[in-house]
Ligand binder design. Structure first.
Ligand code: TYD
Length: 211
């Protein structure tokens, strides 16, 4: 069976990963690659309903384990409906966040531990793992300023995680860096404080041989 390439994008809120995903998608299409773009949580009609529950600032009472299961419910649907079929068709799948997000936000940030996240990943993703993960690393101040600006501009109600403390986001950033250090063959780490065009150029240099 043909197999595609599964590339995930990770980083703290406001790091610029969504912009980089789009730019990479355009570039890959321009050289004739068949690209599928998706997002977590979301990516399917069912996932978008789950996303609404997860990110609504009004749901401040959500239990950490309920939150964890909802992220994986969205992901199971995305894997079954979008990602697995695209991989089987030999496409390049670009996914905005995946299980590494759950490892760092719920496993570490919420203190649920990596073991639980890994167990649920096995159930929800059925062995599907990213071939390449792009981590856009950025300092806390720059990222928070960007996230706040975005929320104000879009009048977004998706603020539940953005509203967490600087200590929470700092722990998440450290956890991302530790993950990347532990799996250097999977991770491409880029400095998100660079200009958009420079991040994109570095990313292309890192990936061009592999795509
Ligand atoms: P998103 O719109 O992806 O935020 P950003 O554009 O800043 O990346 O919102 C997703 C939010 O959900 C983000 O704050 C991180 C959080 N999240 C988790 O806590 N766990 C997860 O497993 C995923 C996928 C996201």
């Amino acid at each position: 069976m043909k197999r595609g390439l599964f590339i995930t994008f990770e980083g703290i809120d406001g790091c610029g990963k969504t912009t980089q995903l789009r730019l990479l998608g355009q570039r890959l299409r321009s050289i004739g690659r068949d690209v599928e773009e998706t997002v977590e949580p979301g990516g399917t009609a069912i996932g978008r309903l789950i996303r609404k529950i997860l990110l609504d600032g009004a749901n401040s009472q959500m239990d950490a384990r309920a939150e964890l299961l909802l992220y994986f419910a969205s992901r199971a649907q995305n894997v079954a409906e979008v990602i697995r079929p695209a991989m089987d068709a030999g496409r390049v799948v670009l996914c905005d966040r995946f299980t590494d997000s759950t490892l760092v936000y719920q496993g570490c940030g919420r203190g649920l531990g990596a073991e639980l996240v890994v167990q649920l990943d096995q159930i929800a993703c059925d062995g599907l793992r990213p071939d390449i993960t792009v981590l856009i690393d950025i300092d806390l101040q720059t990222s928070l300023a960007r996230a706040q600006q975005r929320n104000a501009t879009l009048q977004s109600t998706e603020t539940r995680i953005d509203d967490e403390s600087a200590a929470f986001h700092g722990a998440v950033r450290d956890a991302y860096r530790a993950l990347a250090a532990g799996e250097p063959e999977r991770f491409v780490v880029l400095d998100g404080a660079m200009k958009i065009g420079n991040v994109a150029r570095h990313l292309w240099e890192a990936l061009r041989e592999r795509v």
